[in-house]
Design a protein around this ligand. Sequence first.
Ligand code: SF4
Length: 670
Amino acid sequence: MLIYLADLTHRGLVLSSNVFPLSIGLVAAYFEKKRPKTAEFELFKYPEDLSARLEMRPPDIVGFANYSWNLGISYEYTKIIKDLWPETTVVFGGPNYGLTEEEVSQFWKTYPLIDFHIVREGEEAFVQLLDALAASGMDATALKAQAKGLPNCHYLAEDRVITGPMLPRLSLPEIPSPYLSGLMDKFFDENLGPMIHTTRGCPFQCGFCTEGASYYNEVGQRNEGLREELHYIARRVRGPKDLYITDANFGMFKQDHDKAQLIAECQKEYGYPKYIHVSTGKNQKERVIEIAKMLDGALSMAASLQSTDPAVLKNVSRSNISLPKLAEVGLQANKVDTGTYSELILGLPGDSIAAHFRSLRDTVEANFDNIRMYQLIMLPQTELNTPENRRRFLMRSKHRIMPRSFGRYRLAGRDFVAVESEEILVENSTLPFDDYVTCREMDLTVEILHNGKVYSELQGLCKSYGLSWFDFILRFFERRRTYTLELRTMYDEFKTSHSARLWNSRQELEESVGRDIDMILGDDRGTNEMSMAKATAFFQLFDQINTILFDELAFLLDEQNRLDEATKVFLTECRRFSHLRKTDLIHYETEFVEAFSFDLAKLEATHFEASPEEAKLAQPRRYTVTHLPPQRKQLSSYMKEFGNSRDGLGKMLMRYPHLHRVFRRAHVVQ
Ligand code: SF4
């Protein structure tokens, strides 16, 4: 049997998915273990590679990983495959498949050319499906005609959907590493980041999350072979020095300590990984901090809250750690200098302006240096996304293009357009649409002012003057349209994007994109509005915002009769230093030599929590403000990966949120 497995990414200015296709690697590795030497596998990530191989040698089976970021393109391939090579069986599998009766029936109405769709865990189901196919002489039509239930598998026969029984959960150590058998070798290129998993499942039951389903509540662990796998990867990695771990709660289990040790071993031997993308555990924060300490700043610690409002949390069956505990965690994490982030979702049932702003305040005040603010995506297979819950909470949703996930492709001389979309909530019973947009504008403000510690000088100064940093952000937010034309335009464009780039149904969206693809490929309709606005704020408007914020702090102190001459001079110099550290950041060869009358090293060391008297120098000193060699290297690798388009820069800011690590540093001129 010749089998192609594809977990496709769209290719625009930047890749829509830049990670190794782990899921199809696991399916292939498991199959090769269970049925050795019965099939030849080839794995694909890039559409043009798949097209070339299909044209050269059509396979017996094509399997597509079904995620929200590649269902559209995979189905466009299916249409042509079924037309040109009808004897090839097409199998889909992945979480982007709803399990309510309504969703299942709608799926097969929309995608009738798919032969089989594997649901839930796919490895064993794929083996059993191929056994059944082989027994039917590799004839999918004959197999489907029997209308027999196949494990973890759905298919269309005689105009109805046949659904098979569910297999028990797979034991993770049963699945061999797809890296060690060489299946992933072709993906070690300059674009993709290696991805591994060491657990599968999550003990919690959040209503908006695929892993919250009871099916996934038991957590499978995998330790064996991990050392070899990590060393194998570290020796070959050529692209960004990142590692993606799919675990839902890394650091929460005692085995994670040993796993972190293995990663730390690799860091020492190969300088890899430099950045680890993973969700850290919801509980056992002490262990998570301990692990973060071992990993040399590569791991950011998460305290994903989604909301801090008790009514919202009850509606989605979630409980968080307490706020005092959260603040303690933030404090401890800052002491060991690991990055920290929290996650919030706007629009969960019960959410409102008050609840959302409260959640933002709680996370900002708990000292998390990045707050990731998401919209609620109506994901298949989640508790919240049922007809009853949609009715109960008066949820209104819209469809949008998934950022960067569309394009024009070619197979066997046929051109086609493919686009991916997702359904997001824009209104519910407690959050009218206008309030939703206001919350999004506040999210953008937190993104610009707080995330990445871009204005950490002001954060520190607020603290030293006894002012609330969150109130300061709020003050800017309330006056955001009054400062400059450019800022007002940025907020207006951001606001408009919440109604201009949304469609009522997936079909409407696909038709519109198909009609206007050339225009969409050339403008910014398919990008992420938050990352675009952030790129504008940082790379185009930084100097204005920096000035506005220091002026605001001076006004505020003046209102309180605390703005004396010494403070004025101090704020002016801090503003100048903040400017030199970050202006024109991507030109990392640029350096400045200027005199300051305050001790910049002391200010940096105290995170600007210092008074003018404490930081004042007896004599002004000349400083060079410049990038250190590792910072230059880092910026150069970012530029290579993302380019310098506004879209690329926006993606860079979102993907590497610790921007302050590449700000210029001050050195005394000797
Ligand atoms: S949101 Fe996180 S904690 Fe909740 S079910 Fe999903 S993976 Fe588990």
